[in-house]
Design a protein around this ligand. Structure first.
Ligand code: TXA
Ligand code: MG
Length: 333
């Protein structure tokens, strides 16, 4: 069984943090809240501990993990080079939901980077995450705290849902605020590139850099791992088939008429949905929508829904991370 301990997200109790840090120091793994989603942490400098994260999640070895640090100095101890773009972006967005991909130093184990020459580094803002990194005294490798290919957990209950018995400890600091993962940005190339859209959108990056940013990875070299396997299709998926449609009303009606229990995610309120339809009214604001999305998907799964229909959100930069996650969740391969 996995232990789950409540922690104050405003002033994390030091004895609980010390206990969690002790688990990390002996090579164990601990789930903790961040300002994006829950992370599943291990000592990033302990190869065996990092391997056990992959085992717990059932994560393919070719998908590298993000290393969480307290500040720029700690990032520089892991990165071989610190380009000007890294400095600019770290000054503007750290601590916060931005992950920088940098050339790695040799102290970063291959387990973290899937054998690649780069390491993804993020400096989280959440008080529990920061207290835990400080108490552990080491950088923490932490992918999202969910079984591989499942929707990221934004509450301790959702961590338990797919990882109970597979990890040592969960620090329950309440719902993770952002609800969507960090933006992963490659700063090793001349043109900064977004490898995974996230809470910080392209416009925000461009205005900090005073330069355009690219989308997606450059063509990988032969020895490189898949550039950002988070970009693989069929990632972040609920167990229930999900489709994104422009006119959800007719599709919902069609599925309901076929006798299926349908979950309907739309910003449009519905007075009386047809029988068998669970309507979830989603916020019209992108940030509020993001906070709610994964939780809504887990809730629908729990209610025995057979199909999920999502109204397509607007095609603008602030919705790009949500568009991206919905595209992956609806992919069938
Ligand atoms: O918000 C977040 O980023 C959360 C919290 C816990 O920090 N973490 C998270 O981790 O979403 P994970 O493992 O679920 O996603 C990490 C993403 C994946 O898309 C992975 O491919 C990419 O980061 N990544 C990690 N290392 C990389 C590297 N060296 N080069 C390119 N992409 C990398
Ligand atoms: Mg993940």
């Amino acid at each position: 069984m996995t232990r789950c301990i409540h922690v104050s997200s405003q002033s994390p109790e030091s004895e609980i943090i010390a206990e969690a840090a002790a688990v990390l120091k002996r090579g164990g793994i601990v789930a903790f809240p961040t300002e994006t989603v829950y992370g599943l942490g291990a000592n990033a400098l302990n190869a065996a501990a990092v391997r056990s994260i992959f085992v717990a999640k059932g994560r393919p070895q070719h998908n590298p993990v993000i290393v969480h640090v307290l500040d720029v100095d700690a990032a520089k101890r892991l990165a071989l080079e610190w380009p000007a773009a890294a400095q600019t972006l770290a000054e503007r967005f750290w601590p916060g939901p931005l992950t920088l991909v940098l050339k790695k130093r040799s102290i970063v184990p291959d387990e973290v980077t899937s054998g690649g020459s780069t390491v993804a580094i993020r400096c989280p803002a959440h008080k529990i995450a920061r207290a835990l990194i400080a108490a552990a005294g080491v950088p923490l490798a932490a992918p999202s705290a969910n079984a591989s290919n499942r929707v990221s957990a934004t509450t301790a209950a959702h961590v338990l849902k797919t990882l109970n018995g597979r990890i040592d400890l969960i620090l329950d600091g309440g719902p993770a605020d952002g609800g969507i993962e960090s933006t992963v940005v490659d700063v090793t190339t001349r043109l900064v590139r977004i490898l995974r859209p996230g809470l910080i959108d392209a416009h925000e990056l461009e205005s900090a850099l005073h330069a355009p940013v690219g989308m997606g990875a450059e063509t990988p070299g032969e020895d490189a791992p898949a550039p950002s396997p988070g970009m693989l299709l069929r990632h972040y998926a609920p167990t229930v088939p999900l489709e994104v449609v422009d006119d959800d009303r007719s599709r919902v009606a069609e599925l309901a008429a076929a006798g299926l229990r349908v979950g309907w995610l739309s910003p449009i309120a519905t007075e009386s949905p047809a029988g068998g339809v669970v309507a979830v009214q989603m916020p019209a604001d992108a940030h509020k929508y993001g906070k709610m999305l994964y939780r809504a998907l887990y809730d629908l799964e729990e209610r025995g829904i057979e199909r999920i229909v999502v109204q397509r959100p607007p095609d603008t930069a602030e919705w790009s991370a949500i568009q991206d996650r919905l595209r992956r969740a609806s992919a069938t391969v």
